[in-house]
Design a protein. Structure first.
Length: 73
């Protein structure tokens, strides 16, 4: 299953990407997630997009941020 990434990465204050609307933990874990989990994430994205619409990217996904999220998985 393909990733919802749209290559406009930037996290808001709650660590949601304002490009694809996934949480950083979902982004980091995407490669190891089952197809069922990936579909669950896809199913959440339209509602998140509506909820987060108009939000701003406050920070890029830095290597440190990525590694910290990866360490939680």
């Amino acid at each position: 299953m393909h990733s919802p990434c749209v290559a406009k990465c930037g996290l808001n204050d709650d660590d949601f990407c304002m490009g694809c609307f996934r949480h950083i933990n979902e982004i980091v874990g995407w490669g190891k997630a089952s197809d069922e989990k990936k579909q669950q994430i896809w199913d959440l994205l339209p509602e998140r997009k509506q909820t987060l619409k108009g939000g701003n990217n406050h920070q890029v996904i830095s290597r440190d941020k990525w590694l910290a999220a990866e360490g939680k998985l």
